[in-house]
Ligand binder design. Structure first.
Ligand code: GRF
Length: 220
């Protein structure tokens, strides 16, 4: 029987800013913790800090600046054209600050993944850490999920939990959530790369060999 050649999964990562989640995923791939190739990092802002870092890693970068487009539809079409040149298996949104059209989401159905800084379905949208503090929740965190046309919804792949402290401010809570994001997203990327993530008909997710997909922050 001929030996089967394992082809690494192909990722394209979309960012808008610092790109610390993107960096965590790229590092996991470089260190073989995640058997995938990051083919390109695409930013919606030319001044995204993450771009400079990724250029030093020998990974292709592109900028599709939303300010150059008069509508969401034309922006999304240009973005998809850039992404599709790299023929990715998965498109990972990592701090990508644009609302995507249903057409775009449909085009990448089952291949488009996002990280959101709250325990969804609580606190979709912006300012999640302030929202969490205002509600007095005792646990906050992050969610990695498949993207559906409804903003910050979609089948949950994994979550990271952070205890909320009495004296937390949005900034202190955000820091601890971000550090658990850097654990959860590379782990999900690795599961995706290994073909272990399955989106079931009932819109729930199963991951082979990972009955628990909950990560609890070790940071005090
Ligand atoms: C993260 O908190 C992410 O969950 C949210 O925006 C922040 C981006 O951080 N969507 P970075 O760009 O990955 O550093």
């Amino acid at each position: 029987m001929p030996a089967t050649t394992f082809l690494p999964r192909r990722f394209v990562i979309l960012i808008s800013g610092l790109g610390s989640n993107m960096q965590a995923i790229v590092r996991a791939c470089q260190q073989n913790a995640c058997p995938a190739d990051v083919l390109a990092v695409i930013s919606s802002r030319a001044d995204a800090a993450g771009l400079a870092w990724v250029q030093g890693q020998g990974i292709a970068t592109r900028v599709v600046a939303h300010t150059n487009f008069s509508s969401r539809e034309t922006f999304d079409a240009a973005l998809a054209a850039e992404i599709d040149q790299f023929e990715p298996d998965y498109v990972l949104l990592a701090g990508f600050m644009r609302v995507l059209t249903p057409e775009f989401v449909q085009h990448y159905s089952g291949r488009l993944v996002n990280i959101h800084p709250s325990l969804l379905p609580a606190f979709p949208g912006l300012h999640t850490h302030a929202q969490a503090l205002a509600k007095g929740v005792q646990a906050h965190g992050c969610t990695v999920h498949f993207v559906t046309p409804l903003l910050d919804h979609g089948p949950i792949i994994a979550q990271g939990v952070v205890p909320v402290k009495e004296d937390d401010k949005p900034e202190t809570l955000a820091r601890r959530v971000l550090s658990v994001e850097h654990v959860v997203y590379p782990q999900v990327a690795s599961w995706l790369a290994q073909g272990r993530v399955h989106l079931m008909q009932d819109q729930r997710v199963q991951v082979d060999g990972a009955p628990s997909r909950l990560f609890i922050s070790e940071h005090e």
